[in-house]
Design a protein. Structure first.
Length: 248
């Protein structure tokens, strides 16, 4: 994605919903976000939960926004159907990890918790706990990797991170609060490390510029010269990351 496109992004300041629409016989959750700066209705399909986000200008009513969604139900049905199927963490599954591939191997009698060895993600304990243990391991590693990257970027930019946390977000890879708290999706650990590093730099830059102005992007570029490539990678591959750890 080019910087010109990124800089045209606007902030959706109000939220209504959720509601549901019948799309191809399936009750699809719809959240309506009212954006005063929007010029027209915009439909997004969120891969994390197969839901629909409907962005609408404040000059239109909620009913007109829902009518617009119904008029485009065929497109929505195609987009929902295209969301990658869930890939729960279970023995035998191969998962991406910071640019590598790891095969989940169940070691029921081991007493080492979860560990990486020879291209395998080994998980001890009962079978029914494998999914949760893998998620806990990935969340912990995501926080470690993001902390290293974010604090280094903050040091270089002479900025201060008040708090860093990792969450199971559904719409954003990262966010920055006005109080200096950085939040990230743990699923970034499933992306190549350079992509994770880009998102860390992106949110650190928000500590100085809580917008997407030219000055913001100039700082991001100084921290990670591959910002455009990072955005493009997430645009292309982000939906697949949301499939991991989700039921089929």
């Amino acid at each position: 994605m080019s910087k010109s496109k990124k800089r045209r992004r606007v902030t959706e300041i109000a939220l209504m919903g959720p509601q549901t629409l019948n799309i191809a016989g399936e009750a699809v959750p719809v959240t309506i976000r009212i954006n005063p700066r929007a010029q027209r209705h915009l439909i997004k399909v969120e891969p994390a939960n197969r839901s629909v986000v409907l962005v609408t200008p404040s000059k239109y009513t909620v009913d007109s926004a829902l009518e617009f969604a119904l008029e485009n139900r065929d497109w929505i049905a195609e987009e929902v159907a295209a969301v990658p199927k869930g890939k729960p963490f279970k023995p035998g599954r191969k998962i991406p990890f910071l640019g590598d591939k790891l095969k989940i191997v169940h070691r029921p009698y081991a007493r080492r918790g979860v560990w990486i060895e020879d291209g395998k993600l080994n998980v001890s304990g009962a079978l029914e706990h494998v999914d949760r243990r893998v998620k806990d391991f990935l969340k912990a590693r995501a926080r470690e990797e993001l902390a290293v990257c974010a604090y280094e970027h903050a040091r270089r930019a002479r900025l201060k991170i008040e708090r860093l946390c990792v969450r199971d977000t559904t719409t954003r890879w990262g966010s920055c609060s006005c109080s200096g708290t950085l939040s990230f999706s743990w699923r970034l650990v499933l992306a190549p490390h350079w992509v994770l590093n880009y998102v860390a730099a992106h949110e650190v830059a928000h500590l100085r510029h809580l917008d997407h102005s030219d000055r913001f992007w100039d700082l991001v570029d100084r921290l990670v010269p591959w910002a455009d490539e990072g955005e493009e990678w997430l645009e292309t591959n982000g939906a697949l990351l949301y499939a991991y750890g989700r039921e089929g």
